[in-house]
Write a new protein. Structure first.
Length: 53
C-alpha cells in the first residue's frame, strides 16, 4: 500500500469513529443517559446533554 492510500484509509476510519460517537451521544440524550470514563483512577460520569455541540 502506498502512503496516499494509507492516509485515505486512516481518515475514513477516523471519520467513521467520529460519526459513531455522535450517534451514540444522540441516542444517550434521548434516554437521558450518561457516559462513564476513567481518568486518573477516578470514575467520572458525564451526562450526554453536556456533550451536545
Amino acid at each position: 500500500m502506498n502512503n496516499e492510500k494509507i492516509v485515505d484509509l486512516r481518515e475514513k476510519i477516523l471519520k467513521g469513529i467520529e460519526l459513531s460517537f455522535e450517534k451514540s451521544i444522540k441516542t444517550k440524550q434521548k434516554s437521558h443517559g450518561k457516559f462513564v470514563y476513567v481518568k486518573d483512577d477516578k470514575i467520572i460520569f458525564i451526562k450526554a446533554k453536556e456533550l451536545a455541540k
